[in-house]
Design a protein around this ligand. Sequence first.
Ligand SMILES: [Zn+2]
Length: 241
Amino acid sequence: MAGTARTALVVSAHSADFVWRAGGAIALHAEAGVAVTVICLSYGERGESAKLWRQEGMTLERVKTERRKEAEAAAAHLGVADIQFWDLGDYPIALTQDSLFRLVDVYRALHPQFVLTHSERDIYNHDHPAVTDFAQHARIVAQAHGHNPGQKVLGAPPVFLFEPHQPEQCGWKPDVLLDITAVWAKKRAAIECMAGQEHLWEYYTRVGQQRGAQAARNSDRKVVWGEGYQAVFPHVVERLG
Ligand SMILES: [Zn+2]
């Protein structure tokens, strides 16, 4: 992965978040030849698997197995190059120092062109902002010259924050609208892999339509489907137009 390969890193708290929030970006860049790594820090087995828990005799291990299968199937639709499941638990997620350094190693192995992770606030879900802090902390450690000297230090990949479930309540405001019209069919196919959260399929289809309409209004493009992101750092550009 090192060297001239184009890579991107997606850090997802639970095993379905990358689908709702970044499936379009993943498919779009995968089609363009970017090797996208998705890290699911947990399966969302306790907090984001309500439908599975309603089945008779369900166990934690069976929920994890189902969620993993769903996420792998979704990742295949999106063209993910590498999906990893770290099984750190959820509600609450256990973000240990060992796992922080493990993520630092991923940054230094990939040197991603960009990073996607959760919003900085989420009053409905404390795992999500904990993961945002974790992903950014690992990025900063990967930039530190004194950490594992001899390795190539990470540059400054831009970080874009996922749209949370209720953006207004989380202080999240998109400043990037991505045109995902060309890959919407892949995102919808990935969404439909998430059998454990079928109640969200139409919700995130509406979100895609809304962001698409807003992207069209903010450009001269015929955008139908979109994804919103909030950039953490200033955009560094060579020209303004
Ligand atoms: Zn989640």
